[in-house]
Design a protein around this ligand. Structure first.
Ligand SMILES: Nc1ncnc2c1ncn2[C@@H]1O[C@H](COP(=O)(O)OP(=O)(O)OP(=O)(O)O)[C@@H](O)[C@H]1O
Ligand SMILES: O=C(O)C1=C[C@@H](O)[C@@H](O)[C@H](O)C1
Ligand SMILES: [Mg+2]
Length: 164
């Protein structure tokens, strides 16, 4: 069975749903953002500021690679799909659930979050990023789940049914 991944834009609920799914399915959860912070011993904004996004993506990709063939759930960072190597790993070795939210819902959930450097830009740039990213999630997703009107437990039910 391929490991289950949750992919999607910042704030759609990957970490939150990942935790609940992990309990329901009795499988461990790996959150790639948390793994990077642990491995680097510094925060995401610090990594972006001091080493750059490209470095962050490399570490993110090798953490993803380490999870292949493991029986677990992975909540990914919102930008994992921007890296070609990560996209190839996802497509070939993981079972990918795209949590898809409208921009309005995302904005409500993550307004003024200091932990997400790519969100701290002008609104036009956020909209552009959001639209560009949707194409990348679509390219690797095995399933698209609309999250706007569903509670965490409803999402867990839907995903569990599809993860066979
Ligand atoms: N289905 C839901 N309904 C309502 N609120 C939700 C739902 N899922 C997540 N949230 C809330 O939205 C916020 C963002 O969730 P979360 O941190 O899990 O997103 P994420 O996709 O992991 O973001 P990132 O890509 O930045 O890691 C949290 O405050 C969480 O409680
Ligand atoms: O969408 C993104 O590019 C990011 C999302 C977060 O989960 C973190 O991985 C980081 O802030 C980058
Ligand atoms: Mg997260």
């Amino acid at each position: 069975m391929k490991p289950l991944t949750l992919i999607g834009f910042m704030g759609v609920g990957k970490t939150t749903v990942g935790k609940a799914l992990s309990q329901k399915l009795g499988k461990p959860l790996i959150d790639t953002d948390q793994e990077i912070v642990k491995y680097e011993g510094r925060s995401i904004p610090e990594i972006f500021a001091d080493s750059g996004e490209a470095y962050f993506r490399k570490v993110e990709s090798s953490i993803l690679e380490d999870q292949m063939d493991k029986d677990l759930i992975i909540s990914t960072g919102g930008g994992i799909v921007t890296n070609e190597r990560s996209r190839e790993y996802l497509k070939n070795f993981f079972h990918n659930f795209w949590l898809d939210a409208s921009l309005e819902v995302v904005e409500k959930r993550i307004s003024d979050d200091e932990e997400r450097p790519l969100w701290k830009v002008k609104r036009e740039a956020r909209i552009e990023l959001f639209n560009k990213r949707r194409k990348l999630y679509e390219a690797v997703a095995d399933h698209r789940i609309s999250v706007d009107h569903l509670e965490v437990n409803e999402l867990v039910e839907e995903i569990s049914k599809l993860y066979l």
